[in-house]
Design a protein around this ligand. Structure first.
Ligand SMILES: [Zn+2]
Ligand SMILES: [Zn+2]
Length: 259
């Protein structure tokens, strides 16, 4: 019986389905693993990295840069839009921050890098994000202070770490800027599933900055979505004495992708 079954199996047409997919899956898992751990190599394609940077030049140029974007809220604008022109939302309801610097769009390689950082707590992915921010912020005047968007302690415990603070703690010394911490006043319900005005209400007066601020303050988040969180924190910074507030984040989710 056993021999018969073996013979029968041999006569079955070989589609190659199972046997070709398995090694490919294994290779791509191995490849993804290598990308995360190999220092000196491009974080995206494994080619030798550019001197001192965790990427190669072609991959860096192919990243989803947030251009053109609204200078006030960093909302991605259609290609061909006039650089420096405010978006319709900012013309009607400008946010509490004066301008936004968000170099990348939350898509493609940037989205997967961000997910590795956020959900797998990958320090290699986090370091690449800090390096990207630093590169794009090199040409703008440094602020007088940097403030990371705080998580409520309850949620920090659930998720394990505050990724905005992780980025800020590494970025601040590289820019030579002092880092200040703000506090969430209450455990606001999760922002997920709320529309823009609900998010604003959810976060109204949700932050406290205990230090007294002055001059220009930059707020840092990992991903900027509606900007409601940064808006609420900007209000708290103004109450604490900041004269100018900027919103910084690594990547921007366009409104059009939210709902
Ligand atoms: Zn590369
Ligand atoms: Zn805008």
């Amino acid at each position: 019986m056993v021999r018969k079954a073996t013979a029968k199996r041999r006569r079955e047409p070989v589609t190659g389905h199972r046997w070709t997919l398995l090694p490919r899956q294994m290779l791509s898992a191995l490849d993804a693993g290598l990308r995360r751990v190999l220092p000196g190599r491009c974080a995206f394609c494994l080619a030798p990295g550019q001197a001192g940077q965790p990427w190669c030049q072609p991959c860096f140029e192919a990243l989803p840069w947030n251009l053109p974007a609204c200078p006030r809220c960093a909302e991605p604008q259609p290609s061909g839009s006039l650089a420096g022109r405010l978006c319709g939302r900012c013309l009607e309801h400008p946010p509490s921050f004066d301008r936004a610097w968000v170099p990348l769009r939350y898509q493609d390689e940037v989205a997967s890098l961000m997910q590795r950082f956020k959900f797998q707590a990958s320090p290699r992915a986090g370091s690449v994000l800090v390096a990207m921010l630093e590169t794009r912020l090199a040409d703008i005047p440094h602020p007088d202070a940097l403030l990371a968007v705080p998580l409520h302690p309850n949620r920090a415990r659930q998720r394990g770490f505050n990724q905005a603070e992780w980025l800020a703690r590494r970025l601040a010394p590289r820019l030579g800027v002092p880092l200040w911490l703000a506090r969430r006043l209450e455990d606001t319900p999760s922002q997920r599933g709320l529309d823009r005005s609900e998010r604003r209400r959810n976060l109204k007066d949700g932050f406290e900055v205990t230090s007294s601020l002055s001059g220009r303050v930059a707020l840092l988040d990992d991903v900027m979505t509606t900007g409601a969180t940064l808006d609420a924190l900007a209000q708290a910074c103004r109450r604490a004495g900041a004269e100018e507030v900027e919103a910084w984040a690594v990547a921007r989710t366009p409104f059009s992708q939210l709902w």
